[in-house]
Design a protein around this ligand. Structure first.
Ligand code: GLU
Length: 430
C-alpha cells in the first residue's frame, strides 16, 4: 500500500511551495487509496513555534487536505534517534566527535531512480561524513528523516527539488541501517514570474496570505495542482475529485513551475462564478465585517442582491467590499477623472435635474422600468441615453465602473439614488 508523508518544519507559515508538496502527496495517496501522513519536524527548539504548527494544520485543512493516523512529532522521538546513533556507533558505522555523532560515509556510487527525473547517480566520495546527532543531542534533518520515513513505512518520498542533494546521503543511511529504500519523486520548485525562486518580494508566499487576499480554497488548490503537473489534456478547472482521479506522479514535469498570478485570478473568478450565491455570501461576510461595511446584524437580502450583481465581476473576495461600498457608505469617494469627464460638463445639471424629477414620480423602481424611463428622457431631451447613464453612475457610485447602472439603482433603492443625485446637482454638476 502506498504510504506518503508531508513533513513540515513549524518554523514559519505554510509556504505555497510546501503546500504544493503536501497537495501532490495527498493527491497521490488518495488516487492510490493509500495513506497520507503528517510528520512535524520540530527539532529546531528555538525556531519551532506552536502558532506556526496551528497555522500549517489550519491551512492544510482549509485547502481540503485531510490526513491519516496520528501526527508524528520528531521532538517526541529523540530517544529513538539517540538509540539508533548508538547502534551505528557499536557497529563502527559512526564515530564520536566530542558530543556529536558522525556517520562514516561509505565511498561508492549511489544510484537511484527518481520518478520525476529518472536515473540519478552520485559519487559519495564528494560527500562529507554526515553529522547524525549534533553536540546538543538533537538529530540532524537527514538522520531523523531516514529513521522516521523507515519506521512510518513510507513507500514514496515526494518532496521539492531542493532536497535532491540530500537523497544520496539518506540512501547511504538507509543502507547502513538495513532499511528498505523508498521510491523518490522530487518535484520542481515554484519560481516567481522573473524566474528566480519564489520569495516575499514576489508577493504573498503563505497560504494564509492568499486566503486573506480573497482567494477561494478550491481555486488555490486547483492552481497549486497545475504548478508542475497537468492532467494531460487542456482542462484547467479541476475539482478535487477530478484531481484525485487523474493525479499521477508520472505526469509531474521536470522543469520549474512559474507562479502566474493572472492564471490564479482567472481560476478564482471562475470558482466565484460557479459558487451558489448563498455559499458566496457566507464566504464574503467576514470580508464585509473586516471592512466594517456590516456589523453583527445585517440585511442578508440586500447582500444577496449585491452578490448576484457582482459575482460575475470580481476576481477575489476582497474586490467585493470595494464594489459595494457605495451601497453602504454615507459619503462617496468621487473618482476625480470621472467627475471631470461626466459631471463637470455644461448641461449635466439640467439633465440630472429632469432625471431626478422623473425618478421621484416612479413607484416601480425595477431595472426594466428604470431603463425604459431613461430611454424616454433621452428622447424628450434629444440626447443619447449615455448622457444620462454616465453622470448618474458617477453620482450614485462615485466611480465609472461597476455593475449595470439600472441594476445598481434598483438594489440601491429610490431614496438613496435621489439623495445622491440631489447632492451632485447641488454641489458638483455644471
Ligand atoms: N522538513 C523538511 C522541509 O520542510 C522536509 C523535507 C522532506 O520532505 O524530506 O523541507
Amino acid at each position: 500500500m502506498v504510504r506518503v508523508r508531508f513533513a513540515p518544519s513549524p518554523t514559519g507559515f505554510l509556504h505555497i511551495g510546501s503546500a504544493r508538496s503536501a497537495l501532490f502527496n495527498w493527491l497521490f495517496a488518495r488516487h492510490e487509496n493509500g495513506k497520507f501522513l503528517l510528520r512535524i519536524e520540530d527539532t529546531d527548539r528555538t525556531r519551532s513555534k506552536d502558532e506556526f504548527l496551528d497555522e500549517i494544520l489550519a491551512s492544510l485543512k482549509w485547502l481540503g487536505m485531510d490526513w491519516d493516523e496520528e501526527l508524528v512529532y520528531q521532538s517526541k522521538r529523540l530517544d529513538i534517534y539517540r538509540a539508533t546513533a548508538e547502534k551505528l556507533l557499536k557497529e563502527d558505522k559512526a564515530y564520536k566527535e566530542g558530543e556529536a555523532v558522525r556517520f562514516k560515509m561509505p565511498k561508492k556510487k549511489i544510484k537511484f531512480n527518481d520518478i520525476v527525473h529518472g536515473d540519478i547517480e552520485f559519487d559519495s566520495e564528494v560527500l562529507k561524513d554526515e553529522v547524525l546527532i549534533k553536540s546538543d543531542g538533537f538529530p540532524t534533518y537527514n538522520f531523523a528523516c531516514v529513521i522516521d520515513d523507515a519506521q512510518m513505512k513510507i513507500t514514496h518520498v515526494v518532496r521539492g527539488d531542493d532536497h535532491i542533494s540530500n537523497t544520496p546521503k539518506q540512501i547511504a543511511l538507509y543502507e547502513a541501517l538495513g532499511y528498505d529504500v523508498p521510491k523518490f519523486a522530487h518535484i520542481p520548485l515554484i519560481m516567481g514570474p522573473d524566474g528566480s525562486r519564489l520569495s516575499k518580494r514576489h508577493g504573498a508566499t503563505s497560504i494564509s496570505e492568499y486566503k486573506q487576499q480573497g482567494y477561494l480554497a478550491d481555486a488555490l488548490a486547483n492552481f497549486l495542482a497545475l504548478m508542475g503537473w497537468s492532467p494531460g489534456d487542456d482542462r484547467e478547472i479541476l475539482s478535487k475529485d477530478d484531481l484525485i482521479k487523474d493525479f499521477t506522479l508520472k505526469r509531474v514535469v521536470k522543469t520549474s513551475a512559474v507562479l502566474g498570478i493572472d492564471k490564479l485570478n482567472w481560476l478564482n473568478s471562475q470558482y466565484i462564478m460557479n459558487k451558489s450565491s448563498e455559499e458566496l455570501l457566507e464566504l464574503l461576510v467576514p470580508f464585509l465585517k473586516a471592512d466594517k461595511l456590516i456589523g453583527e446584524d445585517f440585511d442578508r437580502e440586500k447582500i444577496a442582491d449585491l452578490v448576484e450583481l457582482y459575482k460575475i465581476r470580481i476576481r477575489t473576495l476582497t474586490e467585493f467590499p470595494v464594489h459595494i461600498k457605495p451601497f453602504y457608505a454615507d459619503d462617496l469617494d468621487f473618482d476625480q477623472k470621472g467627475v471631470d469627464k461626466h459631471l463637470k460638463k455644461e448641461g449635466v445639471k439640467e439633465i440630472l435635474l429632469k432625471w431626478k424629477e422623473k425618478l421621484s414620480g416612479l413607484s416601480n423602481f425595477e431595472k426594466k422600468a428604470l431603463e425604459e424611463n431613461c430611454r424616454q428622457l433621452a428622447e424628450e431631451l434629444s440626447i443619447k441615453p449615455a448622457k444620462v447613464i454616465h453622470p448618474t453612475r458617477m453620482a450614485i457610485s462615485g466611480s465609472t465602473k461597476g455593475a449595470g447602472l439600472f441594476e445598481m439603482m434598483e438594489v440601491m433603492g429610490k431614496d438613496k439614488v435621489i439623495t445622491r443625485l440631489e447632492y451632485v446637482i447641488k454641489n458638483i454638476a455644471l
